[in-house]
Design a protein around this ligand. Structure first.
Ligand code: FES
Length: 108
């Protein structure tokens, strides 16, 4: 199982906002929304769009792909709207003092 990896200082990411980080050579979008933290693969499952460049809706708990607008649930990675039909991968996040840490989903 992967370990938690420190990726950011909490103050680096506005709320709502996101930041592209690298965890064990994998690109992950770290998301801060309504006081909570989430992490998804930075890959839209429609055609590989960079989710880290898409808008976040903190109330609806979604992030939209900047390419063709597919929305994903920031909590689970579930694809909510077309043209994406498959989920992206959601990873674990925790805040410990002045660090935000991400642990890659095992087997992902
Ligand atoms: S690449 Fe993301 S919606 Fe098409």
């Amino acid at each position: 199982m992967s370990d938690f990896v420190a990726v950011a200082h909490p103050a680096e990411v506005p709320d709502p906002g996101s930041m592209l980080v690298e965890v064990e050579e994998r690109l992950v979008v770290l998301i801060h929304a309504a006081g909570h933290w989430y992490a998804l693969d930075d890959v839209c499952t429609h055609d590989g769009g960079p989710l880290s460049e898409g808008p976040i809706d903190a109330d609806a708990k979604t992030i939209a792909c900047p390419r063709h607008g597919a929305k994903f649930d920031i909590r689970t990675g579930a694809a909510l709207t077309m043209p994406a039909t498959k989920p992206t991968v959601a990873h674990e996040v925790k805040v410990d003092g002045d660090q935000v840490l991400v642990r890659l989903k095992s087997g992902s």
